[in-house]
Design a protein around this ligand. Structure first.
Ligand SMILES: Nc1nc2c(ncn2[C@@H]2O[C@H](COP(=O)(O)OP(=O)(O)OP(=O)(O)O)[C@@H](O)[C@H]2O)c(=O)[nH]1
Ligand SMILES: [Mg+2]
Length: 603
């Protein structure tokens, strides 16, 4: 008896063997807490610092395992806001915490459901806002930050999802067409966690494929691995259904299914998980064609693969799906002996391209406005990626620019608020315009604060004139060259002196040049310098005084014309007095000139 008890206890405490521990994490519950707002200083009307916030940022190459490594307690807490003091009336804001999560994460909350999908690199979600700082509006007492328990659910993003019964040869195919080397063995459930591999083409095109653990009949009732991993197929654009040409039998106790039946069984399981998966384009791969009798076996069912509806009469009742897959291509292969592998590669590419083209044509048939609306609808109301305001906060602080800004006080006057529709529209426009993160942040800041949107700045002088002055303005990213490279480029080489070869004696030429420069004639005999008054015929040194009288007349004419134009525009009243004064002055000068000239003539 003691022996049996001892044996049983030992078996209970047995540690899990390493190879059975799945290192793949696709869900994680995490607690996020915003920082506490700092207290205000009533004596001076000081405002406490805002508590820091917790953000989730999508980053390529990260895994949920990395998140666990960084936050082993699965708890992220942002910094508290600084208290207002005599030395610092406005307390400093608490430090934010940015948690880097893998791309493809869905953020869920138990009560609210789906909050956001971080399906693009750089998308950000505000998990918990910081508490507002103490100010006159809240008796100068800082508020606690938001506390939330959120679930991070990872859905892999791949172009192709490989679905099939265990042992069908899925991993063997992935190994044959991609750079990956997954585990392959003849027992079921060799693959226990999804893996993404990349198919590379000669023209450097890359297509990603997700190798999933095998699915079995009754997966919807949690048999085998259950439907757990089917969520990774949701984001794929093409389904590759793989079956063994001789069908599948899990064990002696289970019923044997031929290859046509396995197709129906897979169809049924997909339908039970999510009917919309059956709308995806799909290719059927029949594997192990190298085995003996494979050709005879496939011939029995070949006609039904192309039209599953006709084959329904051969399908057992329990496997009949209510909606059928629409199979775009049927490819018999032998993954092990690498036969028809290239065909699979090309077919995958063709189907993906065709579907993408169809989608593009559909979109282009819609006008721009419809496209925008479609985008908004596709995005759904609960996606707050890039917008740092969760729904609960938005409602509770509807009149305030940001839930993280303290209300009241001298520095926080509430302003106008953009409607949800306007905000959504601006966000779509920002995406269309491909703004930088900095520009987006700036616009988001204005949206939150209810301020007018920023106007694009005037281009800088350098930007505006850089076309005209390419040499004057050095490029900013210009690479500095070392002294040696400059010397090697020949920049320091002095040109060889070549003497002047004119027939005129050199001394005479020198004198001529000096005279030209100084306007002084030098007499070579005595070396003395004398200023010479040049005659009119000596060219550029001459000055012909212009006729002042005609100049004055022209100036008067100009003013009269300009005043007439102004009168026509209705602006004459403003300028009439000034212009008339100027004309009178000019006339007086003209009279004086005339008088002087007539006196000269009399003399
Ligand atoms: N004869 C033959 N055997 C194959 C072929 N493809 C795969 N196999 C064998 O089938 C067995 C299962 O292959 P896997 O690639 O591990 O199958 P899987 O679908 O990934 O299985 P799970 O990971 O358990 O779902 C292995 O022993 C392979 O060697 C083939 O084309 N011909
Ligand atoms: Mg496998």
């Amino acid at each position: 008896m003691v022996f049996i008890q001892h044996y049983l206890l030992k078996s209970v405490n047995k540690p899990i063997r390493n190879y059975l521990k799945s290192r793949f994490l696709d869900t994680l519950r995490i607690t996020a807490k915003g920082g506490h707002g700092g207290n205000g200083l009533p004596k001076y009307g000081g405002v406490g610092g805002q508590g820091g916030a917790v953000y989730f940022v999508a980053k390529e190459g990260k895994s949920l395992r990395d998140v666990v490594k960084k936050y082993p307690n699965k708890r992220v807490v942002a910094g508290n806001g600084e208290e207002s003091s005599k030395a610092r009336i406005l307390g400093r804001r608490g430090t934010d915490q940015k948690v880097e999560v893998p791309v493809g994460i869905r953020v869920l909350e138990q009560e609210t459901g789906l909050l956001c999908e971080l399906d693009e690199e750089g998308k950000t979600f505000l998990a918990s806002g910081g508490g507002s700082g103490g100010c006159s509006g809240n008796s100068f007492l800082g508020k606690p930050g938001q506390l939330r328990t959120l679930t991070l659910d990872l859905k892999l993003i791949a172009d192709v999802g490989l679905v099939g019964f265990p042992n069908a040869g899925k991993s063997t195919l992935v190994k044959a067409i991609s750079n990956a080397s997954p585990k392959i063995a003849s027992y079921p459930f060799t693959t226990i966690r999804p893996q993404i591999a990349t198919i590379e083409y000669e023209d450097y095109r890359q297509i990603t494929i997700a190798d999933l653990p095998g699915l079995i009949e009754g997966a919807h009732a949690n048999f085998g691995m259950g439907h757990k991993f089917l969520k990774h197929v949701e984001r794929t654009r093409l389904l590759l259904i793989m079956v063994d040409v001789f069908g599948f039998q899990l064990s002696q106790q289970h019923q044997k299914r031929n290859c046509l039946e396995t197709v129906y069984a897979l169809n049924k399981e997909l339908e039970l998980y999510d009917k919309t998966l059956l709308d995806k384009p799909c290719a059927l791969i029949i594997n192990k064609m190298d085995k003996e009798g494979a050709v005879e076996e496939i011939c029995k069912y070949e006609q039904y693969f192309h039209s599953l509806e006709d084959g329904l009469k051969m399908c057992p009742e329990e496997l009949v799906p209510s909606k059928l897959l629409s199979i775009d291509a049927v490819i018999p292969i032998s993954a092990k002996s690498m036969k028809e592998i290239e065909k699979v590669k090309q077919e995958v590419r063709t189907i993906l391209d065709l579907k993408a083209e169809e989608k593009l044509q559909e979109e282009s048939s819609l006008d721009r406005n419809e496209q925008l609306q479609l985008k908004l609808r596709e995005r759904g109301p609960k996606v707050y990626a890039g917008v740092h305001t969760p729904p609960a906060q938005q409602d509770s602080m509807a009149d305030w620019p940001s839930p993280r800004v303290a209300q009241g006080g001298l520095f926080h006057t509430p302003k106008a608020r953009y409607t949800k529709e306007t905000q959504d529209l601006i966000k779509v426009l920002m995406e269309e315009a491909k703004l930088t993160i900095l520009q987006r942040n700036k616009i988001n800041y204005h949206l939150r604060n209810g301020e007018p949107l920023p106007v694009p700045k005037e281009p800088k002088f350098e930007q505006e004139y850089s076309n005209f002055l390419p040499m004057a303005i050095p490029r900013k990213n210009i690479k500095k060259r070392s002294l040696n490279t400059i010397i090697e480029s020949g920049a320091f080489d002095v040109e060889k002196y070549v003497p002047h070869k004119s027939k005129e004696p050199i001394e005479k030429l020198k004198l001529k040049l000096q005279e030209q420069m100084s306007g002084i004639k030098i007499f070579p005999d005595d070396g003395r310098r004398r200023r010479v008054v040049r005659s009119k015929s000596e060219g550029c040194m001459d000055f012909v005084p212009p006729d002042r009288a005609s100049e004055l007349l022209e100036e008067i004419n100009e003013r009269v014309q300009w005043l007439e134009e102004m009168e026509a525009l209705g602006e004459g009243k403003k300028h009439r007095a000034t212009i008339q004064l100027q004309i009178a002055e000019k006339l007086n000068e003209l009279k004086r000139l005339d008088r002087a000239k007539s006196q000269e003539n009399e003399i």
